[in-house]
Design a protein around this ligand. Structure first.
Ligand code: ADP
Ligand code: ZN
Length: 610
């Protein structure tokens, strides 16, 4: 391996010596070269793709300070700490600093001692900041999380609209906008609002091959969740998403009772509690965060091993963004979700009640339909996801539940006829629970009250159990044969398109439900490396982790800032015994070696004697 610096390739030199990585990934090299030459650039790259290096390296190569605009104030400290561990001079300006600290940073900036400055958009546009920046040589502006400029997205930040100040006041400084949001509309909005028409555009594939997608039906939700974690991620960090604060509290409590360290996170908690819980999640091992969608934008934790949804997100965009927080380090991870008819009802209701105009509601409805399509599909889930973002994909990915355990279907033509005619005969004003009671011939108060024992469909569905009937109704709703009447408390109505099914002119294949969201990692053909540690290696692995933990505490940074799991695993496998061998490990750069290298070499050499 050749690590000698070569003057014509400063970027590679910095990648290897400062960051400790052997080679660029995907389009990084092109992007970085273009940025060094002063181009405006738009980067669309999935989470974990390696966007940070795309602006960090050019900022180091070009003269002047690189200014990174980011909405994520809570993370700036960690980002700056992580860079400091690599020997990069970085700092941030945001509302958490006092006057003295701000003055100090300004002095350092003017003295030209800073390579990277992180700053929140609302801070950037203050006259004091603009006047400071106008005195400095600036290497580039990086606009991180650029989708925040889009008013259609759920992360909209009005301060981002003011970023036009950049090209107006600093026309000669190159700009780079970066986001992991994939859809065409957001992309166009970024280009228009940030005036990036002339920019070079780098659109990377959006596949996350190391994430295994699994979607199943809701049964006993808490039990399903606990089983999933116990069987697949007993010792891992993960995120559980719920739709309401109440559910967050209840799931966090349940997981804690089961022996997990589960912390709640939602907008109803005080800022202090949220901060503490987020910090623990970033710094400690084996923490599960149970959260509403308020948690996670830009969570930079590379080793989140699973993201579980116990409620259905309202669009594929939201689902993909949330599941995308798993496995940024490229190691295998799981996106697990369970859903049911009640989710469909709830989201339909929410949409109905929302403030938007008709066009907005229609667009929300289409998004929900696409999400439901993903849930019900019997083919490859990854293909559905990628096609949704206008990307080609093979028929089979080999790493989703449907590819691993092909979904079964059954001929539900007769069952559908029975279900639809029950809706019709009872007057299209009852919900699914009562409709199933009619089909199963239940003998309860409500049946008597409406004399439903006299209906011709009363008791004609005894060949199926109530779970299966729920599944039939859900799929009839999702396929548009039945509509949910939200005005009328979730009663079901026939739609125009159900006629051929009702009349027996069209046959219907339905998916046989799976309650465990199976797909079983064990049978997984995941092409990606796992952090499975062999029994014999376990003692050394634990020692390496202990060493990392000790250093992390000493330096007051999250463990992965010292070295991430992939780097530790490589040490375990390759057993470096001197500086040269250690520097060949991915993730070990010159500065990190100087600071931590000897300590890990000591752990490894001790292991050789036992
Ligand atoms: P993004 O911002 O696109 O989600 P990051 O910039 O956080 O992704 O990078 C994700 C992970 O990949 C980080 O741990 C980063 O250090 C690592 N990484 C980035 N580029 C490379 C590379 N060329 N070689 C090895 N690891 C890399
Ligand atoms: Zn698949």
């Amino acid at each position: 391996m050749n690590r000698s610096p070569s003057s014509d390739n400063q970027a590679l030199n910095i990648l290897q010596n400062t960051f400790g990585y052997q080679e660029f990934r995907g389009q990084q090299a092109d992007i970085i070269n273009q940025a060094i030459s002063g181009q405006d650039i738009l980067v669309l790259m999935p989470t974990g793709g390696g966007k940070s290096l795309c602006y960090q390296i050019p900022a180091l190569v070009r003269s002047g300070v690189g200014v990174v605009i980011s909405p994520l104030i809570a993370l700036m400290q960690d980002q700056v700490n992580a860079l400091a561990q690599l020997g990069v001079n970085a700092c941030f300006l945001n509302s958490t600093l006092n006057y003295e600290q701000v003055r100090h940073i300004e002095t350092c900036l003017i003295a030209g001692e800073i390579d990277l400055l992180y700053i929140a958009p609302e801070r950037l546009i203050q006259p004091r900041t603009l006047s400071l920046l106008s005195q400095l040589p600036i290497s580039l502006f990086a606009i991180d999380e650029a989708h925040c400029v889009s008013q259609w997205g759920h992360d909209f930040r009005s301060d981002y609209l003011n970023l036009s100040v950049l090209h107006e006041q600093f026309p000669n400084v190159p700009r780079m906008a970066l986001t992991a949001t994939a859809d065409e509309r957001t992309k166009q909005e970024i280009i228009n609002r940030l005036e990036l028409h002339q920019a070079k555009k780098y659109i990377s594939g959006f596949d996350r091959p190391n994430i295994q997608y699994r979607i199943g039906q809701k049964g006993n939700v808490k039990k399903q969740l606990v089983n999933f974690i116990k069987q697949n991620h007993q010792n891992d960090c993960g995120i559980v998403y719920c739709l309401s604060r109440k559910r967050v509290e209840s799931f966090a409590e349940h997981l804690s009772q089961q022996g997990f360290t589960a912390l709640p996170y939602h907008a109803g908690l005080s800022a202090d509690v949220r901060q503490t819980n987020q910090d623990r999640f970033l710094r400690e091992d084996k923490i599960i965060i149970v959260a509403t969608i308020a948690f996670g934008m830009g969570i930079d934790k590379p080793d989140v091993r699973f993201v579980a949804h116990v409620d259905l997100p309202k669009s594929i965009e939201a689902y993909y963004q949330e599941t995308g927080r798993a496995g940024r380090d490229g190691l295998s991870s799981t996106a697990w979700m369970i859903y049911g008819l009640q989710d469909v009802m709830f989201l339909t209701q929410m949409m109905q009640d929302s403030q938007g105009n008709e066009q907005f509601k229609r667009s929300e409805r289409n998004k929900l339909d696409a999400m439901l399509g993903l849930c019900e599909v019997t083919g490859c889930r990854r293909k559905v996801l990628l096609n949704y973002f206008n990307e080609q994909a093979p028929e089979q990915c080999g790493n989703c539940d449907n590819c691993l355990t092909p979904a079964e279907t059954w001929d539900a033509s007769v069952a559908a006829q029975k279900a639809l005619s029950t809706v019709y005969r009872s007057g299209q004003r009852f919900g699914v629970v009562h409709l199933i009671d009619i089909l199963l011939g239940a003998n309860n108060q409500k049946i008597k009250q409406f004399s439903h024992q006299n209906l011709s469909t009363y008791g004609i569905g005894k060949e199926l159990d109530s779970n299966t009937w729920r599944s039939v109704f859900r799929q009839l709703v999702v396929r548009g044969y039945l509509a949910v009447d939200v005005e009328n408390y979730g009663s079901l109505k026939l739609t125009q398109s159900c006629r051929p099914v009702l009349n027996g002119e069209q046959s219907l294949q339905l998916r046989r439900d799976v309650f465990e969201a199976a797909g079983a990692k064990k049978s997984g053909k995941s092409k990606k490396q796992k952090i499975d540690i062999e029994e014999v290696d376990m003692p050394l692995w634990l020692k390496l982790k202990a060493c990392r933990k000790r250093l992390a505490n000493e330096h007051n940074v999250p463990a992965f800032v010292i070295f991430n799991d992939a780097t530790l695993k490589e040490m375990l496998n390759h057993h470096p015994s001197n500086e040269e061998e250690m520097l060949a490990i991915t993730g070990v750069g010159a500065t990190k070696f100087e600071r931590f290298g000897e300590q890990f070499l000591a752990v490894l050499s001790e292991a050789d004697f036992v």
